[in-house]
Design a protein around this ligand. Structure first.
Ligand code: PEP
Ligand code: MN
Length: 350
């Protein structure tokens, strides 16, 4: 259930409603907008039915959210969520590109990649240290050594970093090095992991499970939000279909669909979606045209020697070319490339 209050309501009047809800045993999630303040209560709300909330100052509307996901829904928040990572805003007007290798392999590889993707306009460096490989015999990542290299390469090149966390017992270690936790497709429904990440204070990049519906995807985000971490970035990375020319099938329609259903930012991973580097640039462009807030792309200085996902990794110059070609598309859909933090913050205020 949500209680919609006028955005100009006195703080003490808002507190009165919150206190009443708490007194009746409810946890309250607050979404503070310019025009409206929304108080969300999740779970059994039967004991609220007889409370005359309309009699409280500032209360405009009481609505039951019928969708199974609540905090992730547009009903709970009617303006887009923006997430600040260092001096970057995700979900604002600027399109944000994350790029880097599938897995951190050595110092030379990650530093060279970081330097080049930064020069091309990427803002966030990706790189796995703990990898969810399909085969137990494949390279599993460098572990903490990989995290250290990723963090150093990011720092020296002025890039934020994102890396995957596969289990609860890795959270504390990875938190020391990363700016954003990535939850991979294979873990989208690892509810214990989602719950624990919901208790952290870092943004979560949540990838869509390979056979997850949009509703299941948003319910996974809800697990994180309901624990109090509202900074979830969704990532469409392709789903399994009967087509096997591509590694997965990129569900482009999920972008506008999720924009309607949810206030959370959504980015696209054309690398895992296609599995073929030649298809990455066209699908990256299509994703931006469809309204994605950003991209996450695998880039490697020498894809043929890559220890993971070489076939879908862009070479550094191909990535640079893509970044150039994206600009007119970004402009055409009314977005920006390389906006300053000040501009973004100003826009969010208004
Ligand atoms: C990755 O980003 O390297 C990855 C393993 O992606 P996904 O979880 O989408 O398969
Ligand atoms: Mn990969």
């Amino acid at each position: 259930m949500i209680i919609v209050m006028n955005g100009k309501t006195d703080h003490s009047d808002v507190e009165k409603v919150i206190n009443k809800l708490k007194e009746l045993g409810h946890e309250v999630h607050i979404s503070q907008g310019e025009k409206r303040i929304i108080l969300g209560v999740i779970g059994n709300v039967e004991n609220l039915v007889s409370v005359p909330f309309y009699a409280y100052n500032g209360v405009e509307e009481i609505i039951r959210i019928l969708k199974p996901y609540k905090l992730a829904s547009r009903e709970f928040k009617d303006f887009d969520t923006t997430i600040k990572v260092k001096d970057i805003i995700i979900g604002g007007k600027e399109v944000i590109v994350m790029a880097g290798p599938c897995v951190v392999e050595n110092e030379q590889q990650i530093f060279e990649t970081a330097h080049q993707v930064k020069a091309s306009g990427a803002k966030i460096l990706r790189g796995g240290a703990f990898k969810p490989r399909t085969s137990p015999y494949s390279f599993q990542g460098l572990g903490e050594e990989g995290l250290k290299l990723l963090a150093q390469a990011g720092k020296e090149n002025g890039l934020a970093v994102v890396t995957e966390v596969m289990s609860v017992n890795q959270i504390d270690l990875i938190a020391k090095y990363t700016d954003i936790f990535q939850v991979g497709a294979r873990n989208m429904q690892n509810f214990v992991l989602l719950t624990e990440l919901g208790k952290t204070k870092k943004p979560i990049l949540l990838k869509r499970g390979m056979s997850a519906t949009i509703e299941e995807f948003l319910l996974s985000a809800e697990y994180i939000l309901s624990e109090g971490n509202y900074e979830v970035i969704l990532c469409e990375r392709g789903i399994r279909t009967f087509e096997n020319y591509t590694r997965n099938t990129l569900d482009l329609s999920a972008i506008p669909a999720i924009k309607r259903l949810s206030h959370l930012p959504i980015i696209v991973d054309p690398s895992h979606a296609t599995g073929r580097w030649r298809l990455v640039s066209p699908m990256a462009k299509a994703a931006i045209a469809a309204g994605a807030d950003g991209l996450i792309i695998e880039v490697h200085p020498d894809p043929k020697s890559s220890l993971s996902d070489g076939a879908q990794s862009l070479q550094l110059d191909t990535f640079a070319q893509l970044m150039k070609e994206l600009r007119p598309i970004i402009q055409a859909v009314g977005r920006e490339f390389g906006s300053s933090l000040e501009n973004e913050l100003e826009r969010i205020k208004n």
